[in-house]
Design a protein around this ligand. Sequence first.
Ligand SMILES: Nc1ncnc2c1ncn2[C@@H]1O[C@H](COP(=O)(O)OP(=O)(O)O)[C@@H](O)[C@H]1O
Ligand SMILES: [Mg+2]
Length: 260
Amino acid sequence: MLITLVVANQKGGVGKTTTALNLAASLSAASRTVLLIDLDSQGNSTSGTGEEKNEASHSLIDILLNEGFPIEKAIEQTKYKFDLIPSSVDLISAEIELSSLPNPTSLLKNKLSNMQASYDYVVIDCPPSLGMISVSALRAASKVLIPLQCEYYSLEGLASMSKTLEEINEATGENIEINGILRTMYDPRIRLSREVSKELEEHFSEQLCDTVIPRNVKLAEAPSFGMPALYYEPEAKGTLAYLALAGEIINKFESNTNIY
Ligand SMILES: Nc1ncnc2c1ncn2[C@@H]1O[C@H](COP(=O)(O)OP(=O)(O)O)[C@@H](O)[C@H]1O
Ligand SMILES: [Mg+2]
């Protein structure tokens, strides 16, 4: 059964791309078939797999805007064990074009629902905003994963994310919720980080991932070599943390996934 994991947070720099990329690598290392979709026009997930951002390709736009365009046409193989739909620069203009459609955010969901037999996981890296592109991804999600840094504003960000999801649900009739909260770039030496982490444990125990991603320079270096950390430095703490996260996701989500 296909599990669509959507990695979202309206804030930039919280570890969405690092999480999407390294989860795709880690889940595929656990013998799951994986498709990574880079919905951020910055294309960091795309370059992190060593692929070029395809300047000429309109594939992602066609997936989002053109009902007759099959998703399969946009899929590329990477050097690693997972496939990729690369980012495209015209994602920026897609936000505007989408707003003129009658059902602007439902195409991705419809198209992914036809991919049940093709992959075990689709991992979607979202842009740092909650515009129509992110809403399209969230509507297609079987599970929503929110990476966050344990900082002062993180809890507020989480509250506003929950509120936005409620609004989307009201407008679309979906039942989207936050299924996983992931602590990223965690440094236990920082007191505030420990405190925010404790707050998360108290108030979001159900959604909070047991796995904590440590601040680890190997995770930051790997993309500049076009590699997920697993291939760049397999023994690094950050690599091992993302492998553990994949294990946690497999245990938690493969046993209780809503079919859509
Ligand atoms: N656990 C980590 N340890 C060290 N650096 C990290 C870690 N996670 C992310 N980074 C770095 O932090 C920056 C922002 O991360 P990124 O995944 O691009 O966030 P987002 O996609 O939310 O904008 C990047 O330079 C990335 O390499
Ligand atoms: Mg990103």
